[in-house]
Design a protein around this ligand. Structure first.
Ligand code: PHE
Length: 357
């Protein structure tokens, strides 16, 4: 008995894993195991001897069984400890952003422009990109013979065969949103309308689709002076410089009277654009006092209400602020370009917290 005990307890202790432990169990206590075989011999013994040997064998069997269980638990604990050590993870470490996606400069600048005008009380208005020629042209006092209505400037949508109504167009500017906003909300009104516009044009600074932001402010006494202040305030905040100087140049748009194109003072020293200083002027937008016919077309009484409108190229002011030389690259979806010029998704532009920081 002592020999058996010594042999199996030692084997249990030496078992390095569950498989080894199982072979020890089978060798001792399995159906064909050594202890089981001895048990089978009990039947042939004298009653006295059987009693003594049976009791001893049972004790031995229980001892080996207990040792097997204890060893099994110890092995499982060791395995778990090993896993915990190997798979250890410090959840207090800061996250590592993958930086796969960035905010496109057009989205960034749209957010910046929206934040600045929201701060001045302008709401955001929207309109469709496929527009009726009435909203895009007629309501804006653009006559049928106007160059913008010629085939080579505007994308016209095809009508079904036999449908003689004038074709819809891909809107050529955001100005139709002026009409929609006034027709919807009436006066007084203060809105901007950022969005996509389409013209047949393609070179370093023109793409067939680009972005504009329209501005519209109508009330009883709004004048060109208000327009000038709003635009100066906008440019100072947008270009993040202490002072800007704007120059209003007389111009012509069918939907404003008087009309002005607005230039901003800048310098190009060493090929580096600086806004707010220098001897150069750069055109940044078109503007004017909303034409009485445009107010009427939108259902606003021109004898009661007046105000200004302006239209500005979003891509253009993005190129100026962020030093992006070629407009076409904006729309090529080149990941390298997007990583270089893109913005962090987590930094939302605000007037108080900083626009581009
Ligand atoms: N719609 C004009 C353009 O596309 C810009 C503009 C808007 C001019 C509003 C005056 C007033 O160029």
């Amino acid at each position: 008995m002592d020999t058996l005990r010594g042999k199996y307890i030692e084997a249990v202790t030496a078992a390095a894993d569950e498989a080894a432990l199982e072979s020890v169990r089978l060798a001792a206590l399995g159906k064909k195991g050594e202890i089981s075989a001895l048990m089978a011999t009990l039947g042939k013994m004298e009653p006295e001897a059987r009693k003594a040997a049976g009791a001893q064998l049972n004790v031995l069997k229980d001892e080996i069984d207990a040792a097997l269980r204890a060893r099994k638990t110890a092995l499982a604990d060791a395995a778990l400890d090993e896993r915990l050590r190997a798979e250890w993870l410090d959840v207090t470490l800061p996250g590592r952003p993958r930086r796969e996606g960035t905010i496109h400069p057009v989205s960034q600048v749209t957010d910046e422009v929206t934040a600045i005008f929201a701060d001045m009380g302008f709401a955001v208005a929207e309109g469709p990109q496929i527009e009726s020629d009435w909203f895009n042209f007629d309501a804006l006092n653009i006559p049928p013979e106007h160059p913008a209505r010629q085939e080579h400037d505007t994308f016209f949508m095809a009508r079904a065969e036999g449908d003689d109504r004038p074709p819809h167009v891909l809107r050529t500017h955001t100005s139709p949103v002026q009409i929609r906003a006034m027709a919807d909300r009436g006066a007084p009104i203060r809105v901007i309308a950022p969005g996509r516009v389409y013209r047949m044009d393609m070179d370093q600074t023109h793409t067939p689709m680009f972005h504009q932001v329209e501005g519209l402010a109508i009330d009883r006494d709004i004048s060109m002076a208000n327009l000038k202040w709003v635009l100066e305030e906008f440019c100072r905040t947008y270009f993040e410089v202490a002072e800007v100087e704007l120059r209003f140049r007389a111009s012509h748009f069918p939907f404003t009277e008087p009309s002005a194109e607005v230039d901003i003072r800048c310098s190009w020293e060493g090929g580096q654009l600086k806004i707010g200083q220098g001897d150069s002027w750069m055109e940044i937008l078109g503007s004017g006092m909303v034409h009485p016919k445009v107010l009427s077309a939108a259902g606003v009484d021109p004898d009661q209400w007046q105000g200004f409108a302006f239209g500005m190229g979003i891509d253009r002011i993005a190129m100026l602020k962020y030093g992006i030389p070629d407009l076409r690259a904006f729309f090529e979806s080149d990941l390298r370009w997007l990583r270089h010029y893109g913005f962090s998704a987590l930094d939302l532009p605000t007037v108080f917290g900083g626009l581009s920081r």
